[in-house]
Design a protein around this ligand. Structure first.
Ligand SMILES: *Cc1c(COP(=O)(O)O)cnc(C)c1O
Length: 412
């Protein structure tokens, strides 16, 4: 196979018609890499480099403590939350950036179960992202009182909703298969049973159209280092619908959620609005690194991002259909699929390592899933078509049989 390949006319036409093509230039793109892992760690927006430099040298270096006021640090969590609200169908005062997705799950699970006394069950799905289930377990262990987590396959969720369920926790787009859950219907069903409903948007925010208020959602969390390109470990966001903001109380009652943090009084009094779900001093460097990615997503707009991610996924599916030993593990219907496409193969781990050695970076999830993420802003159709060709070549030549591709690293 010659290298590099010239894109065919279909691919050239897709790139020529791409309204988001100019966003590619806004990202750092390492030479020789086709990056299909923006669903795990998004690429670096070039603007983040300058922004971080300013925050470090000017605001921290010279401004020092004054920058909490003068550089707007103290309002950054709410300001960024307000921006992210525009990507997930929320109002600006319903979202705050704070802590990790894991910590936000804890806060909202405890707050929700305290608001549903007499109901002992948190209902969720098996097999989705583990930290969600771990945090529910930890929250319920702390709360005690016989509270427990029950898991039901997605198809059986509605039937399992009863008067014991205080909270339903679901991931909008599944981290392994990218299958999208029906937010409107499941929210309505949970609420009809008297439960609150919490959506994890980690694989949706910045890539799919999400309409939290249009679906009458109660609560949501999501992470920012995937499709929002916020940087490794950038802080997460949480959403609490306005109607719940005065009744739900965070169990992590840190001073940044206090009504008057700088009164330094001895007793906690939850602040008004979404600010009560903040906890400790915000991580300013990480918040600064996040903002450029969010701004790019707002400029592009979710309808265009979602349409392109689906089109990239469709192209990849068409070009990998029928490869020997490979099975599509994501919905073929793009309206039921999130931003990535998963292919399963018994040698998936070794194949992914061989792909990475050829510059095609995706990731692997147990037991046999190769994930290919289609971040709509930095990727071109030509890159996606080329990645499919390289996958076909790795399979045809059995390049993955080399034992070096079977060694496991800590992070897969
Ligand atoms: C990525 C992801 C998380 C990450 O949680 P952290 O606290 O940032 O490690 C949580 N839930 C889901 C569904 C995810 O996809």
């Amino acid at each position: 196979m010659s290298d590099p390949e010239v894109p065919d006319t279909e691919v050239l036409a897709l790139d020529a018609a791409d309204p988001l093509a100019s966003f590619r230039d806004a990202f750092e793109a390492p030479q020789g890499v086709i990056y299909l892992d923006g669903n795990s760690l998004g690429q670096l927006p070039k603007a983040a480099v300058g922004r971080l430099d300013t925050v470090v040298r000017e605001e921290w270096g010279r401004g020092l403590i004054r920058s909490w006021n003068d550089a707007g640090w103290i309002g950054a969590q709410a300001r960024l939350g307000g921006k992210i609200a525009g990507l997930i169908g929320a109002e600006p005062d319903e979202v705050i950036v704070s802590d990790s997705t894991s910590a936000n799950l804890y806060k909202l699970v405890v707050a929700a179960m305290q608001a549903r006394p007499g109901r002992a069950v948190v209902l969720s799905e098996p097999g989705d992202f583990p930290t969600d289930l771990y945090m529910i377990e930890g929250a319920l262990r702390t709360m005690g009182g016989g509270r427990r987590l029950e898991l039901r396959a997605n198809a059986d969720i509605e039937a399992a909703l009863n008067a014991e369920v205080g909270l339903l926790v679901l991931c909008h787009s599944h981290y392994k298969t990218a299958a999208v859950r029906q937010m409107r219907e499941l929210t309505r069903a949970g609420q009809a049973a008297g439960a609150l409903v919490l959506w994890d948007l980690s694989h949706s925010g910045g890539v799919l159209e999400v309409d939290l208020n249009g679906c009458n959602a109660d609560l949501a969390v999501g992470c920012t280092y995937k499709y929002l390109n916020g940087g490794p470990g950038s802080p997460a966001y949480l959403f609490v619908a306005r109607r719940h903001q005065q009744t739900l109380v965070s169990p992590l009652s840190g001073w940044m959620g206090h009504a008057r943090p700088f009164d330094f009084v001895d007793h906690y009094e939850a602040g008004g609005g979404i600010q009560r779900f903040a906890c400790g001093t915000p991580p300013m460097l990480s918040l600064a690194g996040l903002e450029p990615g969010v701004d790019l997503a707002l400029e592009a707009g979710t309808p265009r991002m979602a349409a392109k991610a689906r089109a990239l996924g469709d192209l990849f599916i068409r070009r990998t259909d029928g490869l020997e030993g490979v099975r599509l593990a994501s919905p073929r219907d793009p309206s039921l699929r999130g931003g990535h496409v998963s292919l399963s193969h018994p040698d998936g781990y070794a194949i992914m390592q061989a792909l990475i050695a050829r510059g095609v970076i995706g990731d692997f999830r147990e037991p046999d899933i190769m994930r290919f993420g289609f971040s709509p802003l930095p990727l071109s159709f030509a890159e996606v078509a080329r990645a499919a060709e390289i996958l076909a070549d790795v399979l045809a030549t059995r390049a993955y049989d080399d034992p070096i591709y079977r060694q496991r690293s800590a992070v897969t």
